[in-house]
Write a protein that binds this ligand. Structure first.
Ligand code: XMP
Length: 507
């Protein structure tokens, strides 16, 4: 175990993730965790994260100096480096100017942290303060033009520190440095795998839940599926999953979910078919935000009604993952679209506590947990699908007929992408039923039918995206098949806008 001690920086979970990537288990704990507790966990090493504070200012997060004498190797990053320097008798000062971005770095390769690392490389810096002189029993191990102590260490005490961020991609040698710390300095054996996480979580969940009842809103998406599966493995039928099928899912999706979770895994699954109810509420509505609002509210109403039948439950499971935690933390961000997570938290359901077993993991890690607990690949590698479903991919007002047209077109697109073997490289791809009808000719007949837009984007964070350069032959095939196989479609467009200025979805 490596403990990542959180001092409020923005890359804390990323550090933990980097550690897990080299097959060493890492957990993030608050800097306020009592040091007896930290030591009792018996970590092989500790990493102090960055943070926005200044070590010598009032209310700066500090730590008991005794931690440095516990014989546990410590790596301080950014604020963590300044904290180490300051507490052990070095000095910390304000730099002449804020150092931000890629910086040329020179390291001393004789330091165990930099073994095998290029003497000159690039490192990502983001700081205003720095260690101006290290504690007397430390030596300087790295520097940049403007940062005299970019790295320092006391080898005999196994204390190491860097001002830059080895955990970000912009520090190309960073992974090597972290690996040096974990393997050479802490002696970690790199034998941890995701299935260990699953095993440990299942055990912890079993202990926590005991013989109590748990409720889960299962959407069939990756996150809620994996969360539900962990609980199911822990407490079996004490878990009830409610699957609200609002009739806005992709082709076969509802049946797939029922088959996998209800039949194959024999979960306590309640599928509520309420297509009509949703379509009635949505009839004649064409404003995207109103659609989202209606769906979100209706979802909660259905979920509540079902939950009431079950009675009081002790726990409610949420498939929250780490990026959700950060996003909801950005209070000042403008609302571009109100991302209404169907599967979000109902306000009036009777439960005592929320369980979020995935809240520290990134999406690809969640997928790996899913694989470890045996969820079929087609569900685990599913692309993200918005809570309001196809309702925001039928532009304008929604009817069952339009939804069915879209479902067929979308299915063909997905089928061809899969057949061409290019799905792994695409972030998200789907069809949109535009609200546009145009003239066409089929056989000898004039047609007046819908235009389907195909959308595919390359993205890793879904905040920005570029349109995918899908080979023309594949697009040609998709276009041909859709106009031939789907009634009421006579024209296909491919969306070639990036985000920004467009968004990924059309509504
Ligand atoms: P946009 O369209 O904002 O989409 O570029 C970014 C990502 O978010 C998904 N999305 C949603 N997810 N509820 C959701 O759960 C929503 O209302 C919603 N709107 C967009 C979208 O599919 C993409 O992955």
């Amino acid at each position: 175990l490596i403990i990542v001690l959180d001092f409020g920086g923005q890359y804390n979970q990323l550090i933990a993730r980097r550690v897990r990537e080299v097959n060493v288990y890492a957990e993030v704990l608050s800097y306020e965790t009592p040091i007896e507790e930290i030591i009792a966990r018996n970590p092989k090493g500790i990493i102090f994260t960055g943070g926005p504070s200044v070590v010598f200012e009032e209310n700066a997060p500090l730590i008991d100096k005794a931690i440095f004498d516990a014989g546990i190797p410590i790596l301080g990053i950014c604020y963590g480096s300044q904290l180490m320097g300051y507490l052990l008798g070095g000095s910390v000062a304000r730099a002449d100017s804020r150092e931000y971005g890629k910086t040329d770095l020179t390291v001393d390769k004789s330091d165990p942290l930099f073994e095998g690392v290029d003497v000159s490389s690039v490192a990502w810096m983001s700081h205003t303060y720095y260690v101006s002189s290290p504690p007397s029993d430390f030596r300087i191990t790295a520097s940049t033009d403007t940062c005299p102590v970019a790295g320092m260490s006391n080898e005999s005490k196994k204390l190491y520190a860097v001002q830059f961020h080895p955990e970000v991609n912009h520090t190309p040698e960073g992974t090597k440095m972290l690996k040096n710390f974990l393997v050479n300095i802490c002696g970690c054996s790199q034998d941890w795998i995701m299935s260990d996480f699953a095993k440990d979580q299942i055990k912890l969940l079993k202990e926590k839940i005991g013989d109590k009842k748990v409720l889960c809103a299962l959407s069939g998406g990756v996150d809620s599926s994996v969360a539900a599966m962990l609980i199911h493995k822990a407490v079996g039928k004490q878990l009830t999953c409610i699957f609200v099928d609002h009739g806005l899912l992709r082709k076969d999706e509802g049946d797939d979910v029922e088959k996998v979770f209800g039949e194959e895994f024999d979960m306590n699954l309640i599928r509520v078919n309420c297509e009509k109810q949703f379509l009635n509420k949505l009839a004649g509505v064409s404003d995207p935000e109103t659609k989202r609002k209606i769906i979100g509210e209706e979802f909660i109403r259905v979920f509540e009604a079902e939950a009431k039948k079950i009675g009081v439950v002790d726990f409610l499971v949420q498939g929250t993952i780490y990026p959700d935690v950060i996003e909801s933390g950005t209070k000042d961000a403008a609302v571009i679209k109100s991302h209404h997570n169907v599967g979000g938290l109902p306000e009036h359901v009777d439960f005592k506590e929320i369980i979020e077993p995935l809240r520290d993991l990134f999406k690809d890690e969640v997928r790996n947990v899913g694989r470890a607990v045996g969820i079929p690949e087609f569900l685990v590698s599913r692309q993200p699908f918005p809570g309001p479903g196809l309702a925001i991919r039928v532009i304008g007002d929604i009817t069952k007929e339009k939804l069915d047209i879209l479902r067929e077109a979308d299915y063909i697109f997905r089928e061809e992408v899969k057949a061409a073997g290019i799905s792994k490289g695409l972030g998200q791809y789907f069809a949109v039923l535009t609200n546009l009808k145009s003239v066409g000719v089929m056989g000898d007949e004039r047609t007046y039918d819908y235009t389907v837009a195909l959308r595919s984007v390359d993205t890793s964070d879904f905040m920005t995206a570029d349109w995918s350069r899908i080979p023309h032959e594949i697009l040609a095939k998709v276009s041909n098949r859709i106009v031939n196989e789907v009634n009421h479609v006579n024209r296909i467009c491919y969306d070639i806008t990036s985000k920004p200025p467009a968004t990924i979805e059309w509504e």
